[in-house]
Write a new protein. Sequence first.
Length: 195
Amino acid sequence: MPCDVYALVLAAGLSRRYGSSKLLEELSGTPLLRHALTAAQAVCPGKVVLVTGHDSEDIVNAASGLADQIVLNGEYRSGIGSSIARGVSHLREVAAAITIMLADQPLVTTAHISQIIEKWSNDPDAIVATRYSGVDGPPVLFGCRYFAQLCELEGDTGARHVLLEHRDAVRTVEFEPAAIDIDTPDDLKALLSQR
């Protein structure tokens, strides 16, 4: 059985609320996208998969040197569920676990992803979620037991219902900075003002 953990970085969205491709906007002189990819690459070197869709060519160019594989989600307009399904389908035969990451959570650190994988401890039945602001969310690692279910996701339904359905299997790692995601220009301005 595979023992490898892959990082699946989702970057296919339309950025509707932002008004332009938010993942190309810069934080500390670096596109938002590269913050997530850099953290993923440090923990899962050679096993970072980027799911693209909207503005795929520009996203791929911005990811240069940090994404080991690119998966194009042709159904990206339907929502995040299709991106998760496409990425997990691509990896299900080679991965023992997949850490699903959002490219618009720029404060997620290498140390946090390492803690998630450590807490997983090679258990195919485990789910390890990030806990922040009283909820469990991404980044979230799924053991291989859940791959088939994740491959069935569609539309704008993410993996939250998988977490809820298997509540007893969920372990958590506290990391409040994961509550920061960039959906609007004001979100980015607020983050920049704190730095």
